[in-house]
Design a protein around this ligand. Sequence first.
Ligand SMILES: Nc1ncnc2c1ncn2[C@@H]1O[C@H](COP(=O)(O)OP(=O)(O)O)[C@@H](O)[C@H]1O
Ligand SMILES: [Mg+2]
Length: 409
Amino acid sequence: MTAPAAPLPLTGTAEPDLVLAGIAKRFGDHVALGGIDLAVARGEFVAIMGPSGCGKTTLLRIIAGLERMDAGTIRLRGRSVGNVPVNKRNVRLVWQNYALFPHLDVKGNIGFGLSLRRLDKAAIRERVAAAAAMVSLDGFLDRRVTQLSGGQRQRVAIARALVTEPDILLLDEPLSALDAHLRVRMQGEMKRLQQRLGISFVYITHNQSEALSMADRVVVMNAGAIEQIDAPEKLYRRPRTRFVAEFVGANNLLEGTVAGFEDGHLLVDGTVGCMAAHWAADDGPPPARGTAVTLVVQAGKLRLNARSPRDNRVQARVVEREFSGTHVLYILRVEGSAGPAIEIRALMQDPLPDSVGAGFFDLYWSPEDVCVIGPGLLPRRIDAPGGGPGNARTGAASIPQLVGEDARG
Ligand SMILES: Nc1ncnc2c1ncn2[C@@H]1O[C@H](COP(=O)(O)OP(=O)(O)O)[C@@H](O)[C@H]1O
Ligand SMILES: [Mg+2]
């Protein structure tokens, strides 16, 4: 999350590795996917995140050819593959549970796909050794996979997927069986491996910090639909829906009504008083007076006793504190607000002074640090690799026209 947004690896004219348009899937009455549009650039790391049951695995299985779609088109490296069987699509899937062969050793597992292709033994040995080296398993080729740790098994699964040189690697919560410490280490390893190889990854996770720290772009799914696609930092700073804001861990969602627009600032009358939000020209026309909006303010953006104009300022009393080692998270109750009590979360580098009378604090946040969510400020549903500010609102124009090509009823 602290890393700067990685530059998108490829824009230009080359064909994206993967283009999905209008992917739809039902199981009986249940709409698992309601029309998914997504393009993945060559060498791009795209994370798909969303709550359990939102359709992530179904989407991955459809891309791989393990599940039939009801409608939509899939292009892999420029080739329409909607009717191409799984073994003829040059994609590999890595599962959470590794799915290794327990009776084979590491080299047997890694080389399994190659032996099916009837490559000669020396060529297989060479490619297996190279794939094992990529995931630092050089010394383990003769080990039974049952003698390996969880992290080592997942590396075998990754090497087995990479050894056949897929156009794209699909990973379904590959690290979720690992303990927290190993998981963080493997995240770094996988990201570096992906960058070194330049193979595009579509990486599913329900863990938001994993998605934000690893991916070039993050897709947030909810109930079979895409809510937002953006670079991690943008997603975090500019969530377009309440769902995304909550899912990426937005800390303060403040309700209000638009009261006006002045000097590039949206003015909002809210439950915690007058609020101002910076509104850039390329954010589009500001919402009209009277529109109900939600303002998102990250906990880390609250300042103590800042000299400020009257806007974006609350007086609050600490009700809870949580020390994390580097920061203290405070939960404060806003004073003087009408209606039900409002709590606000503030992440402070330094503890708030204990000596302040009766535990009241003046907190302030900058209009620059406010993100506005509201009707008419729609999330973009379609995105293309390298999608910059030019198509930030719809992105639709950048998707090649594919509709109907290999959709099946
Ligand atoms: N083979 C199936 N038959 C019926 N329902 C299914 C099947 N596979 C998935 N579903 C349903 O589709 C929805 C999406 O599932 P899934 O793609 O596995 O979600 P996720 O991976 O995001 O947790 C869930 O409600 C799930 O119960
Ligand atoms: Mg799943």
